[in-house]
Design a protein around this ligand. Structure first.
Ligand code: ATP
Ligand code: MG
Length: 427
């Protein structure tokens, strides 16, 4: 029996013409990060499992049940990276980039989590992320949030809201934790099973439960915002003031806790109602303790990560118009001498106009067959070189899109083509 091999569940191919959207997102992101002076880091997909256990936290969904971990041939436990921050800190420490310095980094690339695949949730997915190190004040929290807001705007995405919370300092969180456990114990009988188990190990995660009954209970739970220490309060107020100054709207969500253990003070998410349970398109916060936790000197840090698949789903749902990736023109040649001449001309035109997209017919065929391929390519024009045109150094120009175009069909001299093609670039 032979079975056809298929991709691994939750691991997707990205193919043309969809790839054009991915390139567009990547280009917009690259420009946006550059606009704030962030430098790109490119990090390995594979790290020692211990890195994630020590940073993300043992009692988190990611480390408990979502990692792709395996032993390599030397018996070391390795994991495909489930997120980018841990690797970024590891690399920063390894190359001495974090001690007593300010750094602004960004990254993009695949992440891996063993979750149940569904729309907006995959086992290989892609993130864009920003991380800033060595800056403790709310000004940098504001910068990374403004950067994310600009990115979302530049992608043409609308109707997303920014939710904001503060988790305070680890010390105050410890007190809050005790208070929260006491509250949850009063309602234990009505909590879902998972929350009952989490209640003692990681009670903050109960606030984040997706179970309606549990949500109804935690609605009345004590909040961290009410307990903030003075410094965390001032930090939070500074950020809120800055957001108002920049006209970035936000809502306070005292139940926003994030699934990773390393956060302190600011946490935030950009959320849409258009993608169901996969509504968070960007999430982040401050993680002042992580660098020291991984063996460096105490270094304040703040960052976020955004899921590219969710950004693209949302852009499509909102009908964002995307840049056209189809060829500007499709080149048809009739007969061997014309094909050779047209290949030479096409190279000259590509030399002259680097942004021009020309697709050349290959494999011969009658004119009708070539025009069919031209049409399927999505090109605006077909350029047709037959024997008669070759002899006169002319070429037929046929419009493939709008029937009322003045270009519908005409014959031009080869020398006129660069100007015509340049016009297509700016159409
Ligand atoms: P969720 O609550 O949706 O599981 P998360 O809190 O686990 O998200 P983060 O670890 O904060 O997610 O990752 C940042 C962003 O990466 C998310 O907001 C989302 O846009 C994206 N993301 C996370 N997991 C996935 C996944 N399995 N598939 C696609 N995108 C994802
Ligand atoms: Mg998750």
């Amino acid at each position: 029996m032979s079975t056809r091999l298929q991709s691994v569940r939750g691991f997707n191919d990205v193919l043309p013409p969809d790839t054009a959207i991915w390139q567009h997102v990547q280009n917009v992101a690259q420009r946006t990060f550059a606009a704030y002076g962030y430098g790109e880091v490119r990090l390995p997909l594979l790290e020692h499992t211990a890195l994630f256990a020590r940073s993300i936290g043992e009692v988190t969904d990611i480390v408990e049940k979502e990692m792709f971990s395996f032993q390599d041939r030397e018996g070391d436990s390795l994991s495909l990276r489930p997120e980018g921050t841990a690797g970024c800190v590891r690399a920063g420490l390894e190359h001495g980039l974090l001690h007593n310095q300010q750094q602004r980094f960004w990254y993009s690339g695949p992440m891996f989590r063993h979750e149940r695949p569904q729309a907006g949730r995959y086992r290989q997915f892609h993130q864009l992320g920003a991380e800033a190190y060595g800056m403790a004040g709310p000004d940098i929290d504001l910068e990374v949030i403004a950067l994310s807001a600009r990115l979302i705007r530049a992608l043409g995405i609308e109707d997303v809201r920014l939710e904001l919370n503060s988790l305070g300092t680890p010390e105050v969180r410890q007190q809050y934790r005790a208070k929260l456990i006491a509250f949850l114990q009063q309602h234990e009988a009505h909590l879902d099973e998972e929350s009952k188990q989490r209640m003692h190990k990681n009670p903050l995660r109960v606030l984040d439960s997706k179970v309606a009954q549990t949500q109804a209970i935690v609605k009345d739970a004590p909040t961290m915002l009410d307990m903030l220490d003075l410094d965390s309060r001032a930090h939070f107020d500074g950020l809120c003031q800055g957001l108002s100054d920049l006209g970035i709207g936000y809502t306070l969500n005292p139940r926003l806790v994030r699934g990773l253990d390393y956060y302190s003070r600011t946490v935030f998410e950009w959320i849409t109602d258009a993608l169901g349970a996969q509504g968070t398109i960007c999430a982040g916060g401050r993680y002042d303790g992580l660098v020291a936790q991984l063996g460096g000197s105490a270094t304040p840090a703040v960052g976020w990560a955004s899921g590219i698949e969710r950004l693209i789903l949302l852009m499509k749902a909102q009908g964002v118009t995307l840049p056209d990736a189809a060829p500007h023109a499709y080149l048809c040649a009739l007969g061997e001498p014309s094909a050779r001449a047209l290949a030479r001309l096409a190279e000259q035109w590509r030399d002259a106009l680097p942004d021009l997209r020309l697709m050349s017919n290959a494999g011969g065929g009658k004119l009708a067959a070539q025009l069919k391929r031209a049409d399927r390519s999505g090109a605006q024009l077909a350029l047709i070189l037959g024997e008669a045109e070759l002899a006169e150094q002319r070429i037929q120009v046929k419009s493939l899109r709008s029937s009322d175009s003045p270009l519908q069909q005409q014959t031009l001299a080869w020398t006129e083509l660069p100007a015509l093609l340049a016009g297509l670039l700016h159409a």
